[in-house]
Write a protein that binds this ligand. Structure first.
Ligand SMILES: NC(=O)c1ccc[n+]([C@@H]2O[C@H](COP(=O)([O-])OP(=O)(O)OC[C@H]3O[C@@H](n4cnc5c(N)ncnc54)[C@H](OP(=O)(O)O)[C@@H]3O)[C@@H](O)[C@H]2O)c1
Length: 231
């Protein structure tokens, strides 16, 4: 089976790639850069910037069993410092890029018979958090996209979304750059730790798999309990 992981060169996306390779699947990664070890392990790389480049169906496999869209941002700050251009960029990367990639992949996803897409939101959409204006707005759009696309593409293509909390990846490195920071962050979670790539990638692998064929239109929190439990 062929899978496409947009943003599979590091972080959660790379974790998804490694899990899919382990199942024997063929994986195409679309990103600006790639880890040479992943190319050596058989990953096909399509170099593209989803905010600038056109994505062509011909760059992707002719049948696609699953598509994960992983590019995203965590731009935080107070409203008074929020640059509107930065807000538009967040929307482009998180929401418009996902639609662009799905448009290119959809014929091949339909050709596969049953296919699935996974998108990424954040715990900060369901809970109001100060300083999160731009990312919460962009990811709120992703959650709306998830439900709308799931309705439009049923029953052929399932569309689901994972809403993680803080997860140790290059994107979140500045929040976890010392043992003290990591310990302080862990204290905010009912399960007393921040997320690791495998926590999130395991859910994505499941949602993309034939085991999840009755799940669509869902926003699934993988967040150490933060979205629903009070400490
Ligand atoms: N980590 C967290 O704490 C956290 C929390 C909540 C939600 N999330 C969400 O979870 C998703 C994955 O996050 P992550 O932490 O794994 O992110 P990450 O470490 O920044 O990885 C993002 C991936 O997307 C690719 N990418 C970024 N911009 C791109 C562009 N313009 N064109 C093409 N590819 C691009 C990157 O590859 P290249 O640099 O090679 O292009 C990389 O492979 C994101 O949507 C994020 O918002 C993460």
């Amino acid at each position: 089976m062929n899978y496409v992981v947009v943003g599979g060169s590091h972080g959660i996306g790379q974790g998804i790639v490694h899990r899919l390779l382990h199942t024997g699947a063929a994986v195409t990664v679309l990103s600006r850069t790639i880890d040479s070890a992943d190319v050596a392990a058989g990953v096909k790389h399509v170099q593209a910037d989803v905010t600038k480049d056109e994505i062509q169906a011909e760059q992707l496999p002719s049948e696609i069993a699953g598509l994960a869209y992983c590019p995203g941002s965590i731009n935080l700050g107070p409203l008074r410092q929020l640059k509107l251009e930065a807000m538009v960029e967040d929307f482009q990367l998180n929401a418009v890029g996902a639609v662009k990639c799905l448009q290119a992949a959809l014929p091949a996803m339909k050709a596969a018979g049953n296919s699935a897409m996974v998108l990424f939101s954040t715990v900060a959409v369901g809970q109001g958090m100060p300083m999160h204006t731009s990312v919460a707005a962009a990811k709120g759009a992703v959650e709306g996209l998830t439900r709308s696309l799931a309705a439009e593409l049923a029953p052929t293509v399932r569309v689901n979304c994972i809403a993680p909390a803080l997860t140790a990846t290059p994107l979140a490195a500045r929040f976890l750059s010392s043992d003290q920071k990591r310990a302080a962050m862990a204290e905010k979670y009912p399960l007393r730790r921040v997320g690791e790539v495998h926590d999130i990638a395991a859910m994505a692998e499941y949602l993309l798999s034939p085991q999840a064929t009755w799940i669509t239109g869902q926003i699934i929190g993988v967040d150490g309990g933060m979205s629903t439990l009070r400490l």
